[in-house]
Design a protein around this ligand. Structure first.
Ligand SMILES: Cc1cc2nc3c(=O)[nH]c(=O)nc-3n(C[C@H](O)[C@H](O)[C@H](O)COP(=O)(O)OP(=O)(O)OC[C@H]3O[C@@H](n4cnc5c(N)ncnc54)[C@H](O)[C@@H]3O)c2cc1C
Length: 342
């Protein structure tokens, strides 16, 4: 089976490595240049451990990151790790065509997806494939071009994040606030990261009180994060966003399948999106290996295997309690961000 992977992020690289171990040589197209990635605070949930174990990388990632939380059956619930390290280890030995953007899908007269048109440094080219795997993230163009429906569910609240070069003692801490929203932090050996829910105020209002007021309130609400947040020097290190959850009723159509963030995106306090995506990659690699001459059978097997793992997590996502339009209780005045004007 000729497999084309659209997107060389965490999930696309994982799938490419897993297929490589099963004797296949997928084509990976990535629009960014080699070594490029979005820096972020990152924890990998245990849902992704199986894929790393299959690749022989789990022990190293646990050793070079900071595992935390105990699972009832043993092992850690997650590992906080520098995301660039994980991407670099996943990319080892994978041939990626960088600076290649999937711009269109090829189809046969029945509508079946039969490959892609890619734009690269040498211009446009058509690449035939028996299965195009969308690993191109939440705003997946492949999903859109394949006509697979995406249900975006915006949240009622905003989110603010920071990233600091200073690690703190604890790898993870999270607390719920009086109105049911939350504040959390992660720390890996090279730095720390925090996020919290806040008023949907827009970026300008979110950073207006200044970095000192921000660090002071954060340290009070989540003391474990104090060393990291107090090392911030500018509001340029604060990132405001308005989170949306994503769920897709169907994950495949003949010739194309969605995995990772192109298929689902979970709320901020779950920390599971990447782990679930790596789990998807392992399930799809197994399904392809079991059906090497039949992409439709591989996709059907993938969905049969994966729906019972992913759909309950989508349904139980605590962020679904706080979707746009849900009346939320007023925040406690001392927890509110940005603080109410005096
Ligand atoms: C600030 C932040 C913090 C996060 N923290 C966590 C966390 O702690 N734990 C967690 O589990 N998850 C976290 N996530 C989410 C996590 O990063 C994703 O779940 C994970 O990266 C999913 O990987 P993916 O490969 O499916 O998608 P992505 O990482 O989005 O990768 C998609 C890739 O496709 C490429 N691409 C896009 N369009 C095209 C195209 N048309 N042609 C070619 N290439 C294309 C992109 O350049 C990109 O490299 C966080 C995300 C952000 C933004």
């Amino acid at each position: 089976m000729r497999v084309l992977i659209a997107g060389g992020g965490l999930v696309g690289l994982t799938l490419a490595r897993l297929l490589g171990r099963r004797g296949m040589a997928p084509v990976v197209l990535e629009r960014m240049s080699a070594g490029g990635y979005v820096k972020r605070g990152f924890m990998l949930g245990h849902h992704g451990y199986g894929a790393l174990e299959d690749l022989g990388l789990l022990e190293e990632i646990l050793r070079r990151g900071r595992p935390f939380g105990d699972l009832p059956g043993g092992g850690s619930a997650a590992v906080a790790v520098e995301v660039g390290l994980l991407l670099q280890r996943l990319a080892d030995g994978v041939e990626v065509r960088h600076e290649h953007t999937v711009a269109d899908l090829l189809r046969d007269p029945s509508g079946r997806v039969t490959g892609v048109t890619a734009h690269g440094p040498a211009g446009a080219s058509e690449i035939p494939a028996d299965l195009v795997v969308a690993c191109d993230g939440v705003r997946s163009r492949v999903r859109e071009m394949a006509g697979l429906e995406a249900e975006f569910a915006p949240m009622e609240e905003g989110k603010i994040e920071w990233m600091s070069p200073v690690p703190v003692a604890e790898p993870f801490a999270m607390a719920y606030l009086a109105d049911g929203s939350h504040i959390g932090m992660l720390s890996w050996p090279e730095g720390s990261f925090g996020w919290r829910t806040m008023d949907r105020s827009g970026r300008e209002a979110a950073v207006a009180p200044g970095i000192e007021a921000f660090a002071e309130q954060w340290s009070r609400l989540l003391p474990a994060a104090a060393d990291g947040v107090r090392a911030l020097t500018s509001t340029d290190q604060l990132f405001y966003s308005e989170p949306e959850l994503l769920s897709c009723p169907r994950w495949w159509r003949p010739g194309a399948v969605l995995i990772g963030d192109s298929a689902h995106f979970f709320g901020p306090e779950t920390g599971v999106s990447a782990g679930i995506g790596l789990g998807d990659a392992l399930a799809l690699a197994q399904a392809i290996a079991a059906n090497p001459d039949d992409p439709d059978a591989a996709c059907a097997a993938y969905v049969t295997w994966r729906e019972p793992a992913v759909r309950p997590l989508e349904a139980a996502d605590p962020s679904r309690q706080r979707l746009r339009g849900t009346p939320l209780p007023p925040p406690h005045p001392e927890e509110r961000w940005p603080p109410a004007p005096a």
